[in-house]
Design a protein around this ligand. Structure first.
Ligand code: GTP
Ligand code: MG
Length: 172
């Protein structure tokens, strides 16, 4: 089981739809805030399948109820909205500090890259203080940029799920 977390509106649900290979026709009306949690089965590789549990941003105070046994966490941050990134960072630190997930692998997804300019990637990582964070935490954090609208970067998410994306892509 993989957990998919991130603030409300970050783009988790749409990303998971993309990973499922769903065609997204009308982006503006294709998702509603996830209340509670949803399970999505994603196929990868040669007929392998993994279940990803999204826990909505509205559930952030109790995300840790879902940490038991989790080996991989996908954390989605909206890179087109730097105003909310500090709050996203605090939620991320809270996850990383939890004793239950000290050995988890973490994929930091900068979402909505279609709505941001390239430089925002670096600004987002700076605002999350990622390089400092990586010296202090036990988890391996890999960073990818995605757009659920264009589908860009979603192949990298699938590779990471398979364990085939080197964590060195953090410092691209
Ligand atoms: N431009 C753009 N919009 C996106 C992208 N991904 C999601 N959105 C939009 O952002 C809004 C929120 O997306 P969701 O996927 O529902 O967000 P979420 O993280 O699941 O939010 P919660 O379920 O409330 O935690 C929706 O209106 C989406 O259409 C993206 O890659 N690009
Ligand atoms: Mg959702």
């Amino acid at each position: 089981m993989i957990l998919c977390l991130g603030p409300t509106g970050a783009g988790k649900t749409l990303l998971l739809k993309r990973l499922q290979g769903k065609e997204i026709v009308d982006v503006t009306s294709s998702t509603v805030p996830t209340v509670g949690t949803t399970l999505t089965n994603v196929r990868f590789g040669n007929n392998k399948e993994v279940t990803i549990r999204e826990v909505g941003g509205a559930m952030a105070p109790i995300w840790n109820n879902y940490f038991a046994g989790v080996k991989k966490i996908i954390y989605v941050v909206d890179a087109s909205n730097l105003c909310q990134i500090a709050a996203a960072g605090i939620l991320l630190y809270t996850i990383l500090a939890d004793p239950t997930v000290q050995n988890a692998k973490v994929l930091l997804v900068l979402s909505k890259m279609d709505a941001s300019y390239r430089q925002m990637r670096n600004e987002a990582l700076l605002m999350l203080q990622l390089s400092r964070l990586q010296r202090e935490i036990s988890q391996v954090v890999t960073v990818v940029e995605t757009s659920a609208v264009t589908g860009a970067g979603t192949d990298k998410v699938l590779k990471w799920i398979q364990g085939a994306l080197p964590s060195a892509s953090t410092s691209k």
